[in-house]
Design a protein around this ligand. Structure first.
Ligand SMILES: CC(C)(COP(=O)(O)OP(=O)(O)OC[C@H]1O[C@@H](n2cnc3c(N)ncnc32)[C@H](O)[C@@H]1OP(=O)(O)O)[C@@H](O)C(=O)NCCC(=O)NCCS
Length: 233
């Protein structure tokens, strides 16, 4: 079943909040999600999937139209729209603390929340969501670094941040969470060249800018000419 990673919109917020309630004890008021999307509309991303992954496109369209026509009045909070289910999200922002701004701190971003629904874990979705958000924070909002907190006991998230995404652990913040657990405060310096999505999507197709495409064109046209000459009518 294909999964799409795309920018989060205001239509996704209820589903993001629903996923957050499912996956994490740190929850936020709906207006806080709104605040993120309205203030930094290009920083947050969602992973969604469709109900009928192996159906043909035309059948899919038919199915979606049918579902839209018969959609229940009370929407399933997992569905962004009929047929499109949210399976993960990353909610990101810029640091807008006036004290930091006054102190002349470099522009920096913050990962407020990240989660992937249980049955969609270990497929690389969290890494992809994070890479998109980090790139957007750097490219669009000019963040020079990004920070986040993670529970000391959260092995999965720790592996993702420290080992996969190469965040550095800055500090242990004692009793950071409401239940008294300590948090690792983490930071990653952002480099748009390193984070460019092309590096992680078929990176091997990168153009080395040394090969003249016209040379290939000459070779192709010569073999075409040869083929044409061999045609017997
Ligand atoms: C943490 C979480 C977002 C990871 O999502 P995911 O989509 O499964 O992660 P990915 O598939 O992108 O995996 C990224 C890396 O983490 C590793 N990883 C994922 N789950 C792991 C686990 N349970 N234990 C150890 N490593 C794990 C993967 O092997 C991968 O490592 P690699 O780059 O060396 O191959 C997910 O487990 C989750 O939603 N947990 C609940 C919410 C949460 O804890 N959010 C983070 C709050 S700070």
């Amino acid at each position: 079943m294909p999964v799409t990673i795309r920018r989060a919109t205001i239509d996704d917020l209820l589903c993001m909040q629903n996923a957050n309630l499912h996956n994490l004890p740190e929850n936020y008021l709906f207006k806080y999600y709104m605040y993120h999307i309205l203030s930094w509309p290009e920083a947050s991303f969602v992973a969604t999937t469709t109900d009928a992954g192996d159906e043909s496109d035309s059948h899919m369209e038919e199915l979606t139209t049918h579902r839209a026509a018969h959609a229940p009045t009370k929407q399933d909070p997992c569905y962004v729209r009929p047929g499109e289910k949210l399976v993960g999200y990353v909610l990101a922002k810029m640091n807008d603390d006036p004290a930091a701004q006054q102190a002349g701190t470099a522009l920096n971003g913050h990962i407020t929340s990240l989660s992937v629904m249980r049955t969609y874990r270990r497929m690389g979705l969290a890494e992809k969501l994070m890479r998109q958000a980090l790139f957007a924070l750097a490219e669009v909002y000019k963040a020079q670094y990004v920070s986040l907190h993670v529970r000391q006991s959260n092995r999965a998230a720790l592996h993702l941040y420290r080992d996969t995404l190469e965040f550095e652990v800055l500090d242990v913040e004692k009793s950071y969470y409401l239940d008294g657990e300590d948090a690792y405060a983490m930071k990653k310096v952002l480099d748009t060249d390193e984070l460019h999505p092309a590096n992680f999507q078929r990176g091997q197709l990168k153009d080395d800018l040394e090969c003249d495409l016209l040379q290939d064109l000459d070779a192709a046209s010569a073999s075409l000419q040869q083929g044409i000459q061999q045609i017997k009518v």
